[in-house]
Ligand binder design. Structure first.
Ligand SMILES: Cc1cc2nc3c(=O)[nH]c(=O)nc-3n(C[C@H](O)[C@H](O)[C@H](O)COP(=O)(O)OP(=O)(O)OC[C@H]3O[C@@H](n4cnc5c(N)ncnc54)[C@H](O)[C@@H]3O)c2cc1C
Length: 409
């Protein structure tokens, strides 16, 4: 793909999501010239996952930004619970986690990304280009040497010592690179919707399970953000059955919030998010590295995808700031990122796939009342054990710490 204008930088990142923004910020903070391209004109898109987990919050603390972060509008979630056939079971308690954040911050993702963008923009080495879509790669001598961006002012060649694909699960970069992900399939999709919240409602995030129904409610201050799991490709059938039938199912699923189902006036109030789980066998080739969902698309199960994307970004900066200061990172340098992150990703995806296949899909297919697994009874009886699921969700395997420096020299 050829173009007129040419820009040169050290690292160009396709995608201004959690992975791309954090990685761009950290590399620029270490004195590396970075351009981040985001295809949308702002970060304002709903239902992209609004959870900032303790492992990410610990990194924000290490950057000296946690107090400021906590001033932005958010809720702090200290408990997660499951309600099975009307009986509540506490599942996770974040209060005893190690580190600097004993909660999950529920923050609209655009606020989180705007926060990172504001911090990054104050750095001389950082440039964010909105409405700039990475559309192709340039290569020379077997090495990726940059990318072609489509902007409202025309196409732009950006030459760089490193191209990072952080453009999410439908990554154009990984496709242009010829990378083919291994797909793990998903028996479910998710419908997202909002229900009004009342002062008297409980505070914990709730997963509600009953025969054929799985409904998750996340407290967003004046409303509940709700996820309604459906069998894969099941939304068309639901729409064909009509809104009244859907509202009746929602009423059954929503428990204490059943009195406000009228907030869903039509299917225009319901967004379908298809669920994909996949992973690239190889995240890098000379001059190019994929991270975040572009390297491994995460399911919404556990709400851990943003955290993993941020952890990839931290590892990328930790491992590549020094090679970038020296010159062009080698393929060995780039492969170290995958070597560092692969185990955490594989472990998280294995758990997500197991929960999707062994718990969620059978629950959606079942007509008999759902029996609570023994582990939930145990967590109910022994409160301290609730720290274990909280650790698994909030911190996870191999949390990353900021080792990239803050200075340019
Ligand atoms: C239904 C659903 C619900 C989820 N809920 C949660 C949750 O609650 N909590 C959680 O932690 N995770 C959740 N996830 C997973 C989470 O959304 C992802 O794992 C996470 O967003 C990955 O971050 P990322 O930065 O790698 O990619 P993304 O967040 O997808 O960001 C990629 C960015 O790149 C931009 N982009 C795409 N193509 C281009 C291009 N060609 N050029 C320039 N820019 C481009 C996009 O606009 C986007 O801003 C959910 C996933 C699904 C499917």
């Amino acid at each position: 793909m050829a173009s007129g204008k040419i820009l040169s930088t050290r690292a160009v990142i396709a995608g201004g999501g959690p992975a791309g923004m954090m990685c761009g910020f950290l590399l620029a903070r270490a004195g590396i010239d970075v351009i981040v391209l985001e295809k949308h004109k702002d970060f304002f898109r709903d239902f992209r996952g609004d959870t900032v987990h303790p492992a990410t919050l610990n990194a924000i603390y290490e950057l000296g930004l946690l107090d400021e972060f906590r001033k932005a509008p958010h809720q702090e979630l200290r408990d997660i619970a499951a309600e099975i056939e009307g009986v509540s079971y506490p599942v996770g308690d974040f209060r005893h986690l190690p580190g600097h954040a004993q909660f999950i911050a529920i923050m609209p993702q655009w606020d989180f990304l705007n926060f990172l963008a504001a911090k990054a923009r104050s750095l001389p080495h950082f440039r964010l280009m909105m409405e700039a879509r990475a559309a192709g790669l340039t290569a020379s001598g077997g090495r990726v040497t940059g990318l072609v961006a489509e902007t409202p002012d025309g196409t732009l060649d950006i030459e760089a010592d490193l191209v990072i694909g952080a453009d999410g699960r439908h990554s154009a970069i990984r496709e242009k690179a010829g990378f083919v992900p291994r797909a793990f399939g998903s028996p479910i999709d998710v419908l997202w919707l909002r229900l009004p919240r009342k002062e008297s409602d409980p505070e914990a995030a709730l997963g509600r399970v009953s025969a054929g129904l799985l409904f998750v409610m996340i407290d967003r201050g004046d409303y509940w953000q709700c996820a309604f799991a459906v069998p894969k490709n099941g939304f068309e059938e639901i729409k064909a059955q009509g809104i009244e039938k859907f509202r009746a199912r929602l009423k059954k699923a929503a428990g204490f919030a059943a009195d406000r189902i009228d907030a869903i006036a039509s299917f225009a109030d319901v967004s379908l998010l298809t669920v994909t789980v996949d992973r690239l066998p190889q995240w890098a080739k000379p001059g190019l590295l994929c991270i975040g969902d572009a390297a491994h698309a995460m399911s919404p199960v556990g709400g851990i995808g943003i955290n993993l994307a941020v952890q990839d970004a931290i590892a990328t900066a930790n491992l590549l700031w020094a090679p970038l200061r020296r010159g062009k990172p080698t393929l060995d340098d780039l492969n170290k990122v995958q070597a560092r992150r692969a185990f955490a990703v594989k472990a998280a995806q294995a758990v997500q796939v197991a929960i999707q296949n062994r718990i969620i899909a059978p629950t959606l297919a079942s007509t008999a009342p759902v029996k609570p697994p023994f582990v939930l009874k145990l967590l109910k009886a022994v409160p301290i054990l609730r720290t274990i699921p909280a650790y698994a969700v909030g911190i996870g395997v191999r949390p990353e710490h900021i080792h990239s420096p803050a200075e340019a020299d």
